[in-house]
Design a protein around this ligand. Structure first.
Ligand code: GTP
Length: 219
């Protein structure tokens, strides 16, 4: 089962995005150690769960056609810093780079949920990533119900209160849930871009109107 919460609705990308069939986006995966960031990334790209991934920070490129849409994705599978008491867990470089963020925790590791909560605050406070850049929170390892330490409800409520999307999935058990997460972040990135274009259009109109009225006043 995949649990999903959508963040608050914005302008529809379908109404505003001129080229609906091509999506290019950069997605950053964050979260504590061992929560399944690499598993999610590799599952999405290869459809496989290989079990062990090693501690390597990588940026993957992935081109695919999904539901008639051509997608060109770059996925930054990050490493949680070793000494997080002295270092911010998200760098400026990562925030400047990302169009959207997937924050992963393990449903059987409460401290990983706390890391996600801190990282949402850090992202929201940072000016580098625009306030409208979408975030999806993912509770992974849903197959380990007997070890659950964070309820679905708690995850969902936190996501709702932070205006983030929410999924509970098992990268180990199903490809489908992982696919939904990446589709959703792509949709949200498109929506966020459409919204920005809409805002830029409105600003342009306001500028033109004030230029005309400004000139009239000068005459
Ligand atoms: N049971 C279960 N295990 C999982 C799942 N996803 C990942 N794992 C396991 O969790 C461990 C950590 O997975 P990774 O994908 O390496 O986690 P990570 O967040 O990239 O870890 P770091 O590289 O330390 O940041 C591995 O042993 C995976 O096999 C899942 O959905 N269910």
């Amino acid at each position: 089962m995949v649990v999903l919460v959508k963040p608050s609705p914005q302008l529809s990308s379908k109404a505003m995005d001129g080229n609906q069939n091509k999506v290019e986006a950069k997605v950053l995966l964050l979260g504590a150690e061992n929560v399944g960031k690499s598993a999610l990334t590799v599952r999405f790209i290869t459809k496989r769960f290989i079990g062990e991934y090693g501690d390597i920070e990588s940026i993957y490129s992935h081109i695919d056609k999904v539901e008639g849409r051509e997608i060109s994705l770059r996925i930054w599978d990050s490493l949680y810093p070793q000494s997080c008491e002295t270092t911010e867990s998200i760098s400026d470089k990562q925030l400047q780079w990302a169009d959207g963020v997937i924050l992963v925790y393990s449903i059987c590791d409460r401290s990983s949920f706390e890391v996600v909560q801190q990282q949402v605050q850090l992202i929201r406070q940072a000016r580098k990533l625009s306030a409208s850049a979408p975030i999806i929170i993912v509770g992974n390892k849903q197959d380990l119900q007997h070890q659950r330490a964070v309820s679905s409800e708690e995850g969902r409520l936190f996501a709702l209160s932070s205006d983030c999307g929410f999924f509970e999935i098992s990268a180990a058990e199903t490809y489908h849930g992982v696919l939904l997460v990446f589709h959703e972040i792509l949709d949200l990135i498109k929506e966020s871009r459409a919204l920005k274009r809409g805002m830029a259009g409105i600003k342009g109109i306001v500028k033109s109107v004030s230029a005309v009225f400004g000139k009239k006043r000068e005459n």
